[in-house]
Design a protein around this ligand. Structure first.
Ligand code: GLN
Length: 192
């Protein structure tokens, strides 16, 4: 069984652990560089990216995490996606730069601040995970406003990419851990 770490400094890491369990992986909490060494891949959950960044600095985890991402798969959701990006705006913020995407924080504006949508993923997603529409829970979500040439869009919503893949990494602007559908987590597990 694959061992997946969930960065547990802040945010909704427990929901990810449960989703990983349901998808058939062993999920463990990661708070130190030593714990990071013992896992096959890592989930960076949603939460508050500025706080997460501050804690990563305080725990001296920022650089180990960046290096981990050069060797192993990372799945970022919402705040996790903000941390994986190369460029963050609104406001500008430091990031790991592991995926060639630009994100605008809280990019849906006040009216769409938090919402649940049901959409049809791209054929590639369906081929790899199985048919059916996907429920997507957005909570003060970032918008992916640019995706580089090596970035594959797996799900689009309201004209913007909301689930993207680049090599070993996967990033969602929504929260798949809050829906009963495990396909997004299974897609990540298949990359380990
Ligand atoms: N708006 C948050 C941020 O900028 C992300 C929200 C989330 O992860 N649900 O960090």
């Amino acid at each position: 069984m694959k061992k997946v770490g969930v960065l547990a400094l802040q945010g909704d890491f427990e929901a990810h652990q449960k989703a990983l369990d349901r998808a058939g992986a062993e999920a463990v909490e990661v708070r130190t560089a030593a714990e990071l060494e013992g896992v096959d891949g890592l989930v960076i959950p949603g939460g508050e990216s500025t706080t997460m960044l501050k804690l990563l600095r305080e725990e001296k985890l920022f650089e180990p995490l960046r290096q981990f991402g050069e060797r192993r798969p990372i799945f970022g959701t919402c705040a996790g996606t903000i941390l994986l990006a190369t460029e963050v705006s609104h406001p500008k913020q430091e990031s790991l730069g592991l995926m060639d995407i630009s994100v605008e924080r809280n990019g849906y504006g006040r009216q769409l601040d938090s919402h649940v949508a049901v959409g049809c993923p791209e054929d590639e997603f369906l081929r790899r995970t199985g048919d059916g529409d996907l429920e997507m829970v957005f909570i003060r979500a970032p918008v992916i406003c640019r995706a580089g040439g090596d970035v594959k869009v797996l799900v689009e919503h309201r004209g913007a990419a909301v689930l993207v893949e680049q090599g070993r990494h996967l990033a969602a602007t929504f929260h798949p851990e809050l829906s009963a559908d495990e396909r997004v987590h299974r897609l990540f597990l298949a990359k380990l």
